[in-house]
Design a protein around this ligand. Sequence first.
Ligand code: CDP
Length: 216
Amino acid sequence: MGFVIAVDGPAASGKGTIAVRLGALYGYPVLDTGLLYRAVGVGLLKLGGDLDSEAAAAEVARRLDLTHLEDPALRTRAAGEAASRVAVHGDVRQALLDFQRAFAAREPGAVLDGRDIGTVIAPGAPAKVYVTATPEVRADRRFRQLVGQGEAVTYDEILADIRRRDERDGHRDAAPMRQAEDAVLLDTTEMTIEAAADAARRIVEAARARWEGSPG
Ligand code: CDP
């Protein structure tokens, strides 16, 4: 296995930005796995399908072109909510598994961010960071991001979204969001994104030194 960097954590914790920075630092490709679930949710809604139907959602997941995830429609508030609803289905997760595992197997390394990278997708990853922040700080970040994208939302609505999503993602049966035992916790509540990216870089550098020194 190459040097896989797993970056997990709840919504708007900063994991996406951290993953992109780490990818640039090492010259590794970066996969935002949340976009896969967002694409399934949005694709299903476009077909007029039911987000609670595991069979319908899994069918969309199996037909998805996983290499085209640039659509700005995937970044909306509604897409995040739809993603979290289809992500509870085990068959949806199964349909997206091979693509993510193949991405993680890329040499000389890869960065993946999501909810279950360190626990399910790449449990053997030599570097794992679990990024968190308080719900209030995450709601503030997401609120600013969505307003910047032109969405008409209130802070209170976004805080409620974040709380609901934490609850759903953390308590589902299929690959619930949780910190892997060997992941390093990074709480970014009091950090700027610069400070958070720097702290993540130090965690990964330490993991890399151990990995280079370990046999096999
Ligand atoms: O950017 P944000 O954290 O709001 O969301 P995201 O990372 O794009 O993920 C959207 C939703 O997809 C999450 O709330 C999860 O329910 C789901 N997801 C997942 O189950 N597993 C992953 N590896 C990534 C996302």
